[in-house]
Design a protein around this ligand. Structure first.
Ligand SMILES: NC(=O)c1ccc[n+]([C@@H]2O[C@H](COP(=O)([O-])OP(=O)(O)OC[C@H]3O[C@@H](n4cnc5c(N)ncnc54)[C@H](OP(=O)(O)O)[C@@H]3O)[C@@H](O)[C@H]2O)c1
Length: 290
């Protein structure tokens, strides 16, 4: 049987790394994995996780999703392409975000993802088959305080994927979003985050800083109590890869759909905004919006 050829972005760490290791180490050698990363100096971590026995199922390629040339070079090195997964984050009061940093988030999370799909689409359409899996986030399903630009990038990718899926179904290409809540990766450490005490926060008013501090505490507690391991996320990716008719959305945790229902059940009201606020700032007695 022909191997399934899978291309994964962001394999230097986190979910991309775990997915590459799992697929390359498949006991049946079902997959040929093209694991891409923007900095090949980081490839030892991946190589260290894949046993010699399975190295023939793994190729590591350089690919920066914000650089079209590197995407095209990677594309030209593979036979088929099916999986896409990566992203970066940005956290802090909006007042202190620079335009350059905001652009970078949109470049990677939104345009990088779209540009990558764009490069592989003609071949996939010509073959009239394939799968595209994109890592979504709870931050693409509802707003999160102090994550305005990250959420904007993740909301935007939801819209892009929903729109594209309508066309792709006519080409037997399945698009799936794997919606994640908190996951135990370096994501929180890697993301560009305004740290309390940073000089950039000097210009922020005290009330906002107080909310930000409470949000950071909430985040730390949430990751401590509820973060999933990358292996849990990889299982969901595998369901989407192996299903004969994959769903458009997969939620990695049962905690996510109720939040989405809360939003869609009263889309016009502030009840949802208050509910999210109460989740994150539970002791808040501040005046509520009408
Ligand atoms: N962890 C969570 O709690 C969580 C929750 C919801 C959704 N997600 C989503 O999951 C995805 C993966 O995140 P993760 O948790 O695995 O975080 P991670 O460990 O920080 O991995 C992010 C990956 O993206 C790569 N990357 C960044 N910019 C790139 C570029 N321009 N071109 C190519 N690769 C680039 C990084 O490579 P370098 O090593 O070179 O920086 C790294 O491999 C993201 O889309 C994120 O939004 C994560």
């Amino acid at each position: 049987m022909d191997k399934k050829v899978v291309l994964i972005t962001g394999c230097s760490s986190g979910i991309g790394l775990s997915l590459a290791v799992r697929l390359a180490s498949d006991p049946e050698k079902t997959y040929k994995v093209y694991a891409t990363m923007r900095n090949l100096a980081k490839k030892e971590r991946l190589l260290g996780c894949v046993r010699e026995l399975h190295r023939d199922t793994l190729d590591i390629l350089q690919m920066d999703v914000t650089n079209q040339q590197s995407i095209l070079q990677a594309r030209d090195s593979v036979v088929e392409k099916r999986v896409d997964i990566l992203g970066v984050g940005l956290m802090g009061p909006l007042e202190v975000q620079s335009l350059d940093t905001m652009r970078q988030i949109l470049e990677v999370n939104l345009l990088g993802t779209i540009q990558t799909i764009q490069a592989f689409l003609p071949d996939m359409k010509a073959q009239c088959q394939g799968r595209i899996l994109v890592t979504g986030s709870i931050g693409g399903l509802h707003g999160l305080p102090f994550n305005e630009v990250y959420c904007a990038s993740k909301f935007a990718i939801e819209g892009a994927c929903e729109s594209l899926a309508i066309v792709l179904q006519h080409f037997n290409i399945h698009m799936s979003l794997i919606e994640c809540g908190p996951v135990n990766t370096d994501f929180l450490d890697n993301q560009q985050k305004a740290e309390l005490g940073d000089a950039s926060l000097d210009q922020v008013d005290a009330a906002t800083l107080d909310l930000y501090e409470r949000y950071l505490h909430h985040c730390t507690a949430m990751f401590h109590n509820a973060a999933q391991d990358t292996e849990d996320i990889v299982k969901v990716f595998l369901s989407a890869i192996q299903a004969s008719r994959p769903a458009f959305r997969y939620y990695t945790s049962g905690a996510l759909p109720p939040l989405v229902r809360l939003k869609t059940s009263a889309p016009e009201g502030c009840r949802f905004i208050r509910a999210i606020s109460q989740l994150i700032f539970p002791t808040d007695t501040a005046e509520q919006p009408p």
